[in-house]
Design a protein around this ligand. Sequence first.
Ligand code: P6P
Length: 348
Amino acid sequence: MDGNSDVRLEEIGAYITLEQFIIERQEELAHSTGAFSRLIRDLSVAAKIVNWHMRRAGITDVFGDTGVINVQGEVQQVMDALAHKEFVRALRRGGECCLIGSEEHSEAIPIRTNDDGEGNYIVLLDPLDGSSNIEVNVSVGTIFSIYRLPDGWGEPTVEAALQAGYRQVGAGYIVYGSSTILVYTTGHGVNGFTLDPSVGEFLLTHPDIRIPEDGKMYSINEGNYNSFEDGLRKYIKWIQLEREEEGLPLSTRYIGSFVADFHRNLLKGGLYMYPATRKSPNGKLRLMYEANPLAFVVEQAGGAATNGIQPILQLEPEKLHQRTPLYIGSKRMVETAHQFLRGDRDLK
Ligand code: P6P
């Protein structure tokens, strides 16, 4: 073996893999029978397959749309459908999941009936968020949220999935970017794993992620400025003031891909906002498979996530695809935004 590959294997050997990490942490999970560990492994298998397709986008024809209008009223991209199919296949094959809710499917998908199969986990998915960016090589991502089927529940139905975010037993995301990273939490901190394609393993590269208390970057589509509520318009004007002593102005970083904006803000500090607008009166992001999972992650990392009034994780859901306004990121930035939204603060 040449010197380089020796160093390579030494490098890889310095990291622990996602599988090793899961096994080491297994006892942290209530009811840990290994089923949850296998569920995370199943999700990581689907992530590797989607990553394989992403790395060939442009070579193989996965650009463009399928011509289908999804339940959101958006044109489904080819990669949306493909990512949905791969995650459903991996979860069905893994046998730990009893019900899937997906942005790409109007109804919840039962994976087992009550009298066959063992799966007791519900997985809610945005299989590929920001997929319209694929053709221009902007990072996109998968978001997942995990609940347990409530004890004593009969047939796994969509009603079993409509649990408030604080009841999640796991949540995370994958960013298919300059590298592919899987970040997740089970309520015991947040850890990130980078895919090493040469060995096909997710390696622990970001242990115990903590989001900075404050940040210098904000993410929002200011094209909707005129339809923002008054307090938010004031907050944005405050952010842009030239007040060096207060660390102003902040910088805008908005790439049109929530998972990528969220991941940057998680590591560097920042605030992502998608408020109610004229076009999206209830906000654009979906509560069950975008806001809730990343709210779980950000709170576990020391940040905050609200709908502008109350914590996302406390919201009682009514529908699988319901939307919510979202303010998510560094705790101090969320608090400052709230002061302006409540009218407690002005530009002075
Ligand atoms: P707009 C992608 O469609 C998405 O759901 C998020 O990933 C992204 O942050 C947002 O919508 C972009 O929406 O209205 O600013 O183009």
